[in-house]
Ligand binder design. Structure first.
Ligand code: ADP
Ligand code: GLC
Length: 475
């Protein structure tokens, strides 16, 4: 079995969030499960591209609407990621810093998809499955079936994984001319609510639809940013497969980004040392429980609730808690958090920006990790925090529901709350602080227990493999 993953992100080459983590790890574990897995992403201007060696494996040109572009496919030479990594380079279109947020993102990702298909069309030996991730690659299943020049690709099975249905990549029909010519009788497959909608097109045309947790799959039937009826209609080919984590990258015993390494036997001293170092760096009191948040500062993650949660908890708990935040996103949320910091500089610090190394230090140093998400397809932060012996405080939604059991329930190890509102999150924080202050022994047991939970990719890699086997046409 051979699969080609097509994605906008892949850690450590280009990562904005969990998509990068997934595409950087899943193929490695698929390899171990006996499936040849390859990855292609755009060649953005990144440090990785500049500091690694590549061979050119394909060169060609293509039309994007009325514009002609030359493109190159680079293959990383040393297999440093544990799988074949291809970077698709379109000078003048993709070779910019940053993954998303460019004025011409629609053209950038369309160009990427067309070049991937043109390149694939030239392969002698095709993969059995093309695995697309999110809307940036969502037009590929449609074009493989109905694009006139891609007849050779008709028998390759296609899979779309929805990492986040909030973002769908829609654009107007006035830009249809950007697509390579296709069977116009099939135009309806591209359409959703009067626009070309790449995610909807992928849900209609891919041979299988997956998302990143069973609970999010269920939620999508009633809440999918307008795609509910489509997903319900395609229910027969849809499945939720829970993400895993790369336990080689995320291992507190070997993590080179930590001031002190530790395992499930040495976590007491190890976590204390990491906490002392982080508290020193950010002016916090290491005696108090440390609750952290890491992530995109957007409404989906409940980031707008953070100023209220922090202010209210500090008031209700008379300052018996510390908060540390790392993230970037919505400018208003960033501003409110900076303001909150002025009121409680001894109990709260925030770093605005993206900082991979600091995120590792925070997972290791914290006592609790807070995730007040409104929507959470899977969530990887809670899985990293478990591995680092940090107790998750999560809203009961999506993948958080599938991975965190409340301490009040059998074999429970986390703290869950129901409503995405300040008072409910504060109640959960109150329970966390009570655990920290009154039940040291229980807390130690929980830490040791959660560090040993198995969230590696092994299970999911096997599930994807049997999904591929159920659809791939293997000659
Ligand atoms: P999402 O993909 O929706 O952002 P996930 O929980 O799946 O959420 O994954 C988020 C990933 O991005 C995790 O690896 C997390 O540590 C990382 N991350 C998010 N924000 C930051 C940041 N500001 N600095 C460093 N890492 C971050
Ligand atoms: C998305 C989701 C997140 C998930 C990640 C990886 O970004 O928001 O919940 O963990 O994709 O699948």
């Amino acid at each position: 079995m051979e699969v080609l993953h097509v994605s906008a992100e892949c850690y450590p080459v280009a990562k904005v969030g969990g998509l990068g983590d997934v595409v950087g790890a899943l193929p490695k574990y698929q390899f171990q499960a006996g499936c040849i897995a390859k990855v292609v992403i755009p060649a953005y201007k990144t440090r990785f591209f500049e500091t690694h060696e590549f061979d050119i494996v394909h060169q060609a040109g293509m039309w994007l609407g009325h514009q002609w572009y030359h493109f190159n496919v680079w293959k990383e030479k040393s297999n440093v990621l544990g799988f074949d990594l291809y970077l698709l380079d379109i000078p003048g279109l993709l070779d910019k810093e940053g993954v998303y947020g460019h004025y011409n993102d629609t053209e950038r990702f369309l160009g990427f998809q067309i070049a991937v298909l043109d390149w694939l069309n030239e392969w002698q030996h095709h993969p059995n499955v093309i695995h697309c991730h999110d809307h940036h690659t969502g037009l590929i299943p449609f074009l493989m079936s109905y694009g006139y020049k891609y007849g050779r690709l008709r028998d390759i099975a296609s899979v779309i994984t929805i990492h986040n249905a909030q973002y769908q990549g829609q654009f107007g029909w006035d830009r249809q001319y950007l697509l390579p010519s296709f069977d116009l009788w099939k135009s309806g497959l591209l359409d959703w609510n009067g626009a070309i909608n790449p995610l909807a097109a992928a849900i209609k045309c891919a041979w299988r639809v997956t998302t990143v947790s069973p609970s999010y799959m269920e939620e999508l039937y009633t809440s999918a940013n307008g795609l509910e009826s489509l997903l319900s209609h395609e229910r027969g080919k849809a499945v939720g497969i829970l993400n895993g984590i790369d336990t080689e990258v995320w291992d507190p015993a070997t993590d080179p980004m930590l001031p002190a390494n530790y395992d499930e036997h040495t976590f007491n001293a190890g976590k204390a040392e990491n906490k002392a170092a982080l508290c020193r760096e950010f002016g916090l009191d290491p005696q108090l429980p440390l609750i952290s948040f890491i992530g995109r500062l957007v409404i989906e993650k409940g980031a707008d609730l953070l100023p209220e949660i922090i202010g209210r908890s500090l008031y209700e708990l008379s300052g018996r808690v510390n908060f540390m935040l790392l993230g970037s996103g919505d400018a208003h949320v960033e501003w409110s958090l900076q303001q909150t910091r002025h009121y409680a500089p001894a109990h709260f610090n925030v770093q605005i920006g993206y900082n991979e190394a600091l995120s590792h230090r925070i997972y290791a140093a914290s006592d609790f990790l807070l995730m007040p998400s409104r929507v959470e397809p899977c969530g990887l932060n809670q899985l990293y925090s478990l591995r680092y012996g940090t107790i998750p405080i999560v809203r009961s939604v999506g993948g958080l529901k599938d991975t965190v059991t409340d301490i009040g329930d059998e074999n429970g190890f986390g703290i869950r709350f129901i409503h995405a509102v300040g008072w409910d999150a504060c109640r959960a924080i109150g329970r966390a602080v009570a655990l920290y202050e009154d039940q040291e022994v229980t807390m130690q047991h929980i830490r040791q227990y959660i560090m040993q939970l198995d969230h590696s990719w092994d299970t999911a890699a096997k599930q994807y493999l049997s999904l591929y086997q159920s659809i791939a046409i293997v000659p």
